[in-house]
Design a protein around this ligand. Structure first.
Ligand SMILES: NC(=O)c1ccc[n+]([C@@H]2O[C@H](COP(=O)([O-])OP(=O)(O)OC[C@H]3O[C@@H](n4cnc5c(N)ncnc54)[C@H](O)[C@@H]3O)[C@@H](O)[C@H]2O)c1
Length: 336
């Protein structure tokens, strides 16, 4: 096998909910990547790593010192991402970082620039871009088929965190601010900046309506863009799973509903309305967007293709997140 065809040898950093999902999925094949190491301070994670045949350490330094490791995948609490990216880049490893990249625009810029200057690929856990019907929307917008983009309406919610122990980092207002924003809403704002460009301001309502979650359980954001147009993004942590993304253009509109959480995809329902045509509804077969995102990252590491989520989109999204967090506190219109 030539080097270009060799699977990228990776370490997973953080073997919690999402890290385990990625190991199981990637090592089943089809990602052009293989996890050979795991890092996590917890003993429970050590048992999982051993079951999966991964070399294990409780500290990232050992994985970074391993010459076999070409890339690290960060599935750790948000507040650790920046420092772990710095360490990985210093060791010359490519980085795939779970969302959000950072909680501040300055931090996102620092990480994007660090990877760029070192000539290393930075991937992001925004697998929604790889859901087949969402990829169709992105293509239809890029081709101009939707016409001038006017509005986005979206909601991504679930109630999985209601069962977490209150000490969990997911339920800390400083680590996961603004209701469901860092859990789910951040995927929708990623799509919004990809489609609509640079955001200029945002107004948020964030309330605690049905839980004791300190950052609030129900938020919605109304975003305006430099080129005109708006996006409405909402996320609650107190309703059963729902994921709905709709984009409206002058030639037509498309609405995508996920049948299940991306943890175990069951396919999508797509409703479309095009100028002078009847509204149609169709079903799209299940796919594995999380694996397909990691494969795109692996291909970028091998230089086969450019990674599709640009550094500019990553920075725009985190600048928007930072303003959303401010507006969630003030209720005021916040400039970006
Ligand atoms: N893309 C998606 O759809 C998606 C879905 C779920 C979670 N995520 C993201 O994945 C990341 C992890 O979330 P999660 O739900 O798996 O959290 P989790 O709490 O279940 O897992 C985090 C793991 O990180 C470990 N950890 C803590 N400090 C560490 C350190 N210094 N080095 C190595 N490991 C350390 C913890 O022990 C834990 O096992 C977050 O950024 C989250 O937003 C993304």
């Amino acid at each position: 096998m030539t080097t270009i065809d060799k699977p990228v040898s990776a370490a997973i950093i953080g073997l919690g909910w999402w890290g385990r999902k990625m190991v199981t999925l990637v090592n089943a094949g089809g990602a052009d990547m293989k996890f050979v190491r795991g890092v996590d301070p917890s003993a429970e994670a050590a048992a999982f790593a051993s079951e999966k045949g991964l070399k294990f350490s409780s500290d990232m330094a050992e994985a970074l010192a391993d010459p076999e490791i070409e890339a690290v995948v960060l599935a750790t609490p948000h507040s650790l991402h920046r420092e772990q990216i710095e360490q990985a880049v210093a060791a010359g490893k490519h980085v795939f970082c779970e969302k959000p990249l950072d909680l501040t625009k300055a931090g996102a810029e620092a990480s994007v620039n660090l990877c760029r200057q070192a000539g290393l690929v930075l991937g992001m856990g925004h697998e929604r871009r790889f859901e087949p019907p969402i990829a169709e929307i992105l293509q239809a917008a890029a081709d101009g088929r939707l016409g001038r983009l006017l509005q986005i309406e979206s909601n991504f919610s679930h109630d999985k965190f209601l069962a977490l122990d209150p000490s969990n980092w997911r339920l800390k207002a400083d680590q996961a601010p603004a209701g469901g924003m860092t859990a789910t809403g951040i995927h929708l704002t990623d799509l919004a900046v990809k489609l609509m460009g640079r955001p200029i301001d945002v107004r948020v309502a964030c309330e605690n309506l049905a839980s004791a979650i300190p950052q609030g359980d129900t938020m919605s954001a109304h975003i305006r863009f430099e080129n005109g147009g708006t996006a409405y993004v909402s996320a609650t942590l107190s309703t059963p799973f729902i994921s709905r993304f709709a984009v409206f253009g002058t030639n037509g509109w498309i609405e995508v509903r996920d049948k299940a959480h991306v943890e175990a995809p069951e396919g999508w329902v797509v409703t479309e309305g095009w100028k002078n045509q009847r509204i149609t509804v169709r079903e799209v077969e299940p796919a594995e967007p999380v694996r397909d995102n990691l494969r795109a990252f692996a291909h970028a590491v091998r230089g086969k293709s450019e990674y599709p989520i640009s550094g500019e989109d990553m920075i725009n999204n985190i600048a928007l997140l930072e303003a959303i967090v401010r507006s969630a506190k003030t209720g005021a219109l916040e400039k970006i």
